[in-house]
Design a binder for this molecule. Structure first.
Ligand code: SAH
Length: 449
C-alpha cells in the first residue's frame, strides 16, 4: 500500500491514513511517500515499512548504526531543528487533545548536547558468540539488538560500560540463564565524568574475589554493587537490596551550585545540563519568599536545593526510602536546615500536610503516569497559590491539566528537549489558583540561549 506520511506519532513513528483510519509506520517521517504492508488493528492499522518512495529533505545520516533496530532514538534520522518542531507539535497536540488548550506554545528549549548527554545506562547483558554484550530490546520485540557503541551515552559512561564488559569477558562470565538462575542479567552504570557507580544484576551467583579485584582496578569506577534477581519477568530488574562489593554507598556529583549524593536505587535526571536548566527555571517562577513549599515526587531532593532560599520551610515527599535518605543527606551536605524530606506516597502526604497547614507553592515532578487522582482531588479542594508541574509525558500532563484547570489558571507552559533524538518531551507548567487575580506572569527564564 502506498501512503503519504502526514504527521509523527508519540513514539516517533510516521502516521498516514487509509480508509480514514490512521496507519502507524515505524522508520519514516512526515512528508515522505512510502510503501508499507498494512495490518488491520480495529480502529487503526500498523504498517511495516517496505520502501521509501520519496524521502524527507529533513533526513540526516544517523550517528548510530543500531538506530533503527534499537528503536530508542526514533528521531535520530531527522535534523535537530525538525526534531524540536516535532516535539512542539507532539506537546501541542496532547494539550489540545486532552485539555483543549490551543494557544500556540513557545519553541522547545534545546539541549546543549545532542549526543553524549545520558549519565546513566541500564541495559540487559546477553551472550553472543561466547562474549557478553549489552543489548536492547525494541518495544514489543524479543529480538535483542546488540549495542556496540551508543552515542547517546556520555563519553565516560560509554568507556566505563566497555571496560566493565571487558573484565567480565576476561573472566569468562556467562549471561543469565533462567533455568539455572545464574549469570549476569543487567548492567547499570551511572556517573558524571570522574566518578562512576555500577550495579551488576545477577542470578544467585557469587562473584569471585579476583573478578571484583579486577573491576576495582578500573579507573574512576568508585563503587560496585551486586543485586540478585531471579524473578522471571520482573517489573524492575534492580532489586531493592544491593550488596556493596567495593567503594562508597553513594556517588557524589554537582547540580548547579549544589552537591548531591546519589544511591544506586535513587532516580536522578538523565541529562544533567538540561535538568539544571529546568530546576533553575522552576525556581525563577517563584516570586518572593514563601512560608511553605512542598516538593512532591522529589527523588534525591535536587529541586528543593534550588529552592532553599525561596521559603521558610520546604517539605519534599518521595516513595523510595533510599532516595529520601539521600535527600536528607543532601540538605545537610549543603548546609540547609529548612528542608525536610518524608518517605511516603505523594498524594497521601500532601493531603496530610494541607489538613494542618497552608502551602504557598507545590512542585510536582511525577513519573510518566502523571498525578494520582487522589492528589488531583486534594489540589482541587485546596487553595495552594501556585503549582509548578514538571512533566515527562505530554499525554498525562494534558489529562491532569484538564482537571486542574477547573480551579487553576495556566500561566505558562514550556517544553524542553531533555532526550535529543528520542520523541520524549519534558514540560514545565506554571499554574495559579483562580482565587487570585494573576494577570501578568512573573516569569523570566534565567538562561535563555
Ligand atoms: N524531581 C526529582 C525526581 C523526579 S522522578 C528529580 O528531578 O530528580 C519521579 C520520582 O517520583 C521518582 O523518584 C519516584 O521514585 C517518585 N515516585 C513515584 N511514585 C511516587 C508516589 N506515589 N509518591 C511519591 N513519590 C513517587
Amino acid at each position: 500500500m502506498r501512503l503519504e506520511i502526514v504527521k509523527t506519532g508519540i513514539n516517533g513513528e510516521g502516521i498516514g491514513f487509509f480508509k480514514r483510519k490512521p496507519v502507524f509506520v515505524e522508520g519514516c517521517f512526515e512528508g515522505e511517500l512510502v510503501d508499507a504492508d498494512l495490518k488491520d488493528e480495529g480502529n487503526h492499522y500498523t504498517g511495516t515499512l517496505r520502501h521509501i518512495v520519496r524521502k524527507s529533505d529533513r533526513r540526516v545520516v544517523p550517528k548510530c548504526r543500531h538506530c533503527f533496530k534499537c528503536g530508542a532514538c526514533a528521531l535520530m534520522e531527522l535534523d535537530h531543528r525538525k526534531q524540536l518542531d516535532i516535539k512542539k507539535e507532539l506537546l501541542q497536540g496532547a494539550l489540545y487533545k486532552y485539555a483543549k488548550i490551543d494557544e500556540e506554545l513557545d519553541d522547545i528549549f534545546p539541549s546543549k548536547k545532542i549526543f553524549g548527554y545520558r549519565n546513566k545506562l541500564n541495559l540487559p547483558v546477553i551472550e553472543h558468540e561466547g562474549r557478553l554484550y549489552n543489548a536492547i530490546y525494541k518495544k514489543g520485540s524479543n529480538h535483542p539488538c546488540l549495542i556496540e557503541d551508543c552515542p547517546i551515552h556520555e563519553e565516560g559512561l560509554e568507556k566505563m560500560r566497555k571496560q566493565i564488559l571487558d573484565v567480565l569477558n576476561r573472566h569468562h562470565l556467562k549471561a543469565y540463564e533462567r533455568h539455572e538462575k545464574k549469570g549476569i542479567r543487567q548492567l547499570i552504570v551511572r556517573g558524571f565524568g570522574k566518578s562512576y557507580q555500577a550495579v551488576l544484576v545477577t542470578g544467585s551467583d557469587v562473584l569471585q574475589e579476583d573478578l571484583v579485584k579486577d573491576l576495582k582496578k578500573i579507573k574512576h569506577l568508585d563503587s560496585l554493587f551486586q543485586g540478585i534477581n531471579t524473578v522471571r519477568d520482573p517489573v524492575r530488574l534492580m532489586p531493592d537490596k544491593l550488596r556493596c562489593l567495593f567503594g562508597r554507598q553513594k556517588i557524589e556529583m554537582k547540580a548547579g551550585d549544589y552537591k548531591l549524593l546519589l544511591s544506586p536505587q535513587a532516580f536522578f535526571q538523565l541529562n544533567l545540563k538540561q535538568a539544571e536548566r529546568i530546576y533553575g527555571d522552576a525556581a525563577a517562577m517563584i516570586q518572593g519568599k514563601k512560608k511553605l513549599i512542598i516538593e512532591a515526587y522529589c527523588g534525591i531532593g535536587a529541586i528543593s536545593m534550588y529552592l532553599h532560599d525561596k521559603a521558610e520551610k520546604i517539605i519534599g515527599i518521595e516513595l523510595i526510602e533510599k532516595a529520601v535518605r539521600d535527600a536528607q543527606d543532601n540538605a545537610k551536605l549543603n548546609g540547609f536546615d529548612n528542608l525536610e524530606f518524608r518517605a511516603d506516597d505523594a498524594a497521601k502526604e500532601v493531603r496530610r500536610i494541607l489538613a494542618k497547614e497552608k502551602a504557598d507553592v507545590l512542585i510536582v515532578d511525577p513519573p510518566r503516569t502523571g498525578l494520582d487522582d487522589e492528589l488531583i482531588v486534594t489540589l482541587l479542594k485546596s487553595k495552594i497559590d501556585q503549582i509548578i508541574y514538571i512533566s515527562c509525558n505530554p499525554a498525562t500532563l494534558g489529562k491532569d491539566l484538564d482537571l486542574l484547570k477547573q480551579k487553576y489558571q495556566i500561566a505558562r507552559i514550556q517544553g524542553y528537549d531533555m532526550f535529543p533524538n528520542t520523541p520524549h518531551v519534558e514540560t514545565v507548567c506554571c499554574l495559579y489558583h483562580q482565587k487570585k487575580d494573576f494577570i501578568s506572569v512573573p516569569y523570566e527564564p534565567k538562561n535563555v540561549e
